[in-house]
Design a protein around this ligand. Structure first.
Ligand SMILES: Nc1nc2c(ncn2[C@@H]2O[C@H](COP(=O)(O)OP(=O)(O)OP(=O)(O)O)[C@@H](O)[C@H]2O)c(=O)[nH]1
Length: 349
């Protein structure tokens, strides 16, 4: 049987609809990490991905590219607020068509998308080759209390999900871990799974919709009807994003100072940084989530440049750009050993 076919009850092959899984979760909770884990452990399943980056630099799309059969990206805005479902349908049409070589499609929502809207779009899709494959909500165990306090709508997202992944359990002690899992279980109607670095079993998401062990219920329009599309209630109504691009290297010490002095409004920063000869040939990918900051070390493959997306509330874009601009190294050939040493304390393992 090819992808997209399965046996019907009489033993004949019928064209199956491709399940579309919506992967949601607040900023930095670990959606891309989970998606990359699934892509690396696909057990031969062919996975199409539709990534919704909030900023216009496709950092998330960049982070899944290379691991995926087909990746498409919708940028600069929020998928959940596409004026109508047609835009999403057009993207899905390019992934799901008769004979499409895919077993599953995952839509990775931006960290401030409204999952209810995304699910509604998939359910109302006119595409005869897809079916809704479930809503997965990723929760950051370390940030859960704070995020919930700032965004009470998070409870709603957790409640709607078919599967809630309580991620980053390595970042909290055992007592907090149990408390957060307990709190999530109290709200969630679907299954709840603790995870580290998004490492859940791919079968949980990708097996036949009917065979899922978490598929005790699937969202319907009735579940989604509670609120009309009230844009002001969306998390992202309060958020904005900006980009910073530099083709000259940044100085590590100056950049660490910028990081330490950043305002609380700058919740999320992500993207690669070029520290020039100080960084050797290492490509440092920065991730900040609230006060937490980590660099992932990779190697440059293409041209070296810094490209950062900053997401938060009340961003003073002029001031931030000026501060970042002042991190550009006036003397990149002098190696900033102390800076790189200090930076190493933030390296992700
Ligand atoms: N310690 C720890 N860090 C994690 C875990 N999962 C993800 N991270 C880190 O958290 C940061 C954010 O992860 P992403 O996967 O980019 O989060 P995201 O939800 O895709 O982010 P947005 O798309 O910006 O909302 C990265 O630095 C990850 O390496 C985990 O289980 N434990």
């Amino acid at each position: 049987m090819t992808a997209g076919e399965r046996d019907d009850e009489r033993g004949g092959a019928v064209t199956a609809r491709i399940p579309v899984v919506v992967l949601a979760g607040y900023l930095g909770s670990g959606k891309t990490t989970l998606l990359n884990h699934l892509l690396r452990n696909d057990d031969g399943r062919r996975i199409g991905v539709l990534v919704n980056d909030f900023g216009s630099i496709n950092i998330d799309a960049m982070n899944v590219a290379g691991q995926v059969d087909i990746a498409m990206s919708m940028e600069n805005g929020c998928l959940c607020c596409a004026v109508d479902a047609d835009g999403v349908d057009r993207m899905l049409e390019r992934l799901a068509y008769p004979g499409a070589p895919l077993d599953v499609i995952v839509i990775e929502a931006s960290g401030i998308a409204e999952p209810r809207q995304l699910v509604r779009m998939v359910l109302s899709s006119q595409n005869p080759h897809i079916e809704f494959g479930g809503l997965v909500e990723v929760v950051d165990a370390a940030e859960f209390d704070d995020t919930r306090a700032r965004h009470p709508e998070l409870d709603d997202h957790v409640r709607l999900a078919d599967l809630v992944v309580v991620n980053k359990v390595d970042r909290v002690g055992e007592a907090d871990r149990d408390r957060v899992i307990g709190a999530v279980r109290e709200i969630a109607d679907g299954a709840v799974l603790p995870a580290e670095r998004g490492r859940i079993s791919p079968g949980i998401l990708f097996d036949d919709v009917e065979a899922r062990d978490f598929g005790t219920r699937q969202l319907s329009f009735a579940d989604l009807e509670e609120h009309d599309h009230d844009h002001d209630r969306h998390m992202h109504a309060a958020y904005e994003s900006m980009e910073f691009i530099a083709d000259r290297p940044l100085n590590p010490s100056a950049f660490l100072r910028f990081l330490n002095e950043r305002s609380r409004g700058v919740y999320r920063i992500k993207g690669p940084i070029d520290f020039g000869p100080s960084g050797d040939d290492r490509r440092f990918v920065l991730h900040t989530v609230g006060v937490y900051a980590a660099f992932e070390k990779t190697r440059w493959k293409g041209p070296r440049a810094t490209s950062l997306v900053l997401i938060g509330t009340d961003l003073d874009t002029e001031d931030l750009t000026r501060r970042l601009q002042s991190c550009v190294d006036p003397d990149p050939d002098t190696i900033d050993e102390l800076g790189i040493l200090n930076l190493a304390r933030h390296l992700d393992d």
